[in-house]
Ligand binder design. Structure first.
Ligand SMILES: Nc1ncnc2c1ncn2[C@@H]1O[C@H](COP(=O)(O)OP(=O)(O)O)[C@@H](O)[C@H]1O
Ligand SMILES: [Mg+2]
Length: 235
């Protein structure tokens, strides 16, 4: 469903070209669980943003379900993104003055979903991440792990097929990080395609398929069977 062909991306820092992605090829099938590891600056976030249609290749192609996306007008890319892709970031990107429930409703509000429908859907996904009792709270009343679970609920409320997580446990203590991994892996078990960028080897090595990036390239892309995909026991 995801196919990158010879994707390159160069940023200009002043006059100096910085090659964030160099001719990257990547094919990912529906339902895969992929971790992306590698040193800081190796292009992990750029790769994720490319897949999430937040960034466009300078050259090369990105096909989603067999259709080219790289030359689509921004409007269509935004629509595809809204329908197909959920994002989770290291810093949770929640709106402080909104309640938990309202934060989760936000993508549906932007998509014009009716109040009643979005309330129901938001409550459903909050229950799915174990936060049904926290719907009226504001972000400043929640722990880091809870905030990330709200962010996950918001990311999945539009029922995306692809979930992209950029260092989702980067701001969390170990126990909360494990909870978040368990939530993400449960979503993958239910069929969502999961790509997780991480510095955390313990997390990265859990994925069935592990990509290592170095200097804008995919250095290794390994699908492991043994040991991967085991249930994480939170706590
Ligand atoms: N918006 C941007 N403008 C300029 N340079 C960028 C931008 N985004 C990323 N880069 C550069 O591209 C390289 C890859 O960045 P990134 O994908 O964020 O790496 P990683 O996530 O692996 O740390 C880095 O050298 C970074 O400084
Ligand atoms: Mg990054």
């Amino acid at each position: 469903m995801i196919e990158l062909q010879q994707v390159s991306k160069t940023y200009l820092i002043g006059e100096t070209p910085l090659r964030a992605l160099r001719e990257v090829d990547l094919v990912a099938q529906e339902g895969e669980y992929i971790s992306v590891m590698g040193p800081s600056g190796s292009g992990k976030s750029t790769l994720l943003n490319m897949i999430g249609l937040l960034d466009r290749p300078d050259s090369g192609s990105y096909l989603l379900d067999g259709s080219h996306t790289e030359r689509l007008p921004e409007e269509q890319r935004a629509r595809l993104r809204g329908e197909q892709i959920g994002f989770i970031f290291q810093s949770f990107h929640l709106v402080n003055r909104l309640t938990t429930l309202e934060n989760v409703e936000l993508p549906m509000m932007l998509a014009g979903v009716s109040v009643r429908e979005r309330r129901t859907a938001a409550q459903e996904v909050l229950a799915q991440v174990g936060l049904e009792a926290w719907s009226g709270h504001h972000p400043n009343q929640l722990s880091g792990g809870q905030l990330q679970r709200v962010a996950i609920a918001r990311a999945i409320v539009m029922k995306p097929r692809i979930l992209l997580a950029d260092e989702p446990t980067g701001n969390l203590d170990q126990a909360s990080g494990r909870e978040i991994i368990a939530v993400l892996e449960n979503l993958n078990a239910e069929g969502i395609t999961l790509l997780v960028v991480t510095h955390d080897l313990n997390l990265g090595q859990r994925a069935r398929r592990q990509i290592h990036m170095v200097d804008g390239r995919i250095e290794t892309d390994i699908s492991a069977e043994a040991g991967a995909g085991a249930k994480y026991v939170p706590g």
